[in-house]
Design a protein around this ligand. Structure first.
Ligand code: NAD
Length: 294
């Protein structure tokens, strides 16, 4: 079975890593040569870390890397593949364009999955002529470590497609969980209002950043506080997912907190911009955040 992964960024390289490590041939596709180079470098680094931890051998690493081929053209990268997992930038216009291309270039039986965090699978499927074979395969970050794959059934996704993707996810050692296609699916529908409420609590002056995160870490046994998690996800990503739910449900309970909106305007986007609720200008501190996921 050959899998094409579209996008070699944070999620794409993780998805390619997991498939390749489970002996699937992977065509990793990105419009950017640099993204492909960095993606494979990240996979190599993560495999090295697994060797140090005694989880895989040097020959497992070599076999995994040999399973990955790089492409800058979608047309060439998806030729004769059985499944495509799209993990390109979260942008509706871009995803619709990519799925139109995938529908043109892939064999008629190829299943087209998207790793989107918030875009409607039904809307993506509607630009193809195979809505029954379009499905959400929402991996969590970091992909090689996180257990869950949220499997999202679009309005027209067939039982057969769902069964194939559920079984395949299990073969990757993951726990797939089936949900229906409504804004935020399940993971973000529950997570984002919690993050938004934590920001609202800060905005209302009920407690400070550290206090809010400490309550949730030590009181609820969360591995990290919601504000630190928002920094890690990206404050802009949180805003855009909340807006998808706000627009999708037309319900004010999903309205993003004004502080969240202001932080995005001020380019305080979390770890990636060097500052969010915490300061990451000192690289040691940023490392403290990401090391929790290693
Ligand atoms: N980062 C997360 O924590 C996370 C978690 C779950 C799901 N997601 C979803 O995964 C997807 C990817 O997110 P990411 O964080 O990996 O983004 P990213 O910005 O790290 O990577 C996106 C990659 O897509 C590439 N790309 C853009 N246009 C392309 C095209 N036309 N063809 C091929 N490649 C193209 C870019 O060059 C880039 O390398 C998004 O849909 C996002 O919502 C992200």
């Amino acid at each position: 079975m050959v899998i094409a992964v579209i996008g070699a960024g944070t999620m794409g390289n993780g998805i390619a890593h997991v498939f390749a490590q489970h002996s699937y041939k992977v065509n990793l596709v990105d419009i950017s040569e640099d993204a492909l180079k960095n993606g494979v470098a990240t996979i190599t680094k993560n495999l090295d870390r697994m060797i140090v931890k005694g989880k895989i051998s040097e020959s497992d690493k070599q076999a995994t890397l040999e399973n990955i081929a790089k492409y800058t053209s979608i047309e060439k990268g998806v030729r004769n593949v059985d499944l495509v997992v799209e993990a390109a930038t979260e942008n509706l216009t871009l995803k619709l364009k990519i799925f139109k291309e995938l529908d043109t270039f892939c064999d008629t039986n190829t299943i087209l999955a998207s790793n989107t965090s918030s875009i409607s699978i039904t809307q993506i499927a509607a630009v193809t002529n195979r809505a029954d074979k379009v499905i959400g395969m929402h991996f969590m970050n970091p992909v090689p470590i996180m257990q869950l794959v949220e499997i999202i059934r679009g309005y027209n996704t067939s039982d057969n497609t769902t069964k194939t993707i559920m079984q395949l996810s299990k073969k990757l050692g993951k726990t797939p969980t089936e949900v229906n296609d409504y804004p935020g699916f399940v993971a973000n529908r529950i997570l984002m209002p919690m993050i938004n409420e934590a920001i609202e609590t800060l905005y209302n002056g009920v407690a400070g950043v550290l206090e809010i995160d400490t309550v949730m870490k030590l009181g609820m046994a969360h591995p990290m506080g919601p504000l630190q998690l928002a920094d890690f996800i990206g404050i802009d990503v949180c805003l855009s997912i909340l807006n998808v739910m706000y627009d999708g449900f037309k319900n004010p309970k999903y309205a993003p907190c004004p502080l969240l909106v202001n932080m995005v305007r001020a380019n305080k986007l979390g770890v990636k911009s060097g500052e969010g609720f915490y300061d990451y200008s000192n690289s040691k501190k940023a490392e403290t955040v990401s090391s929790q996921f290693n």
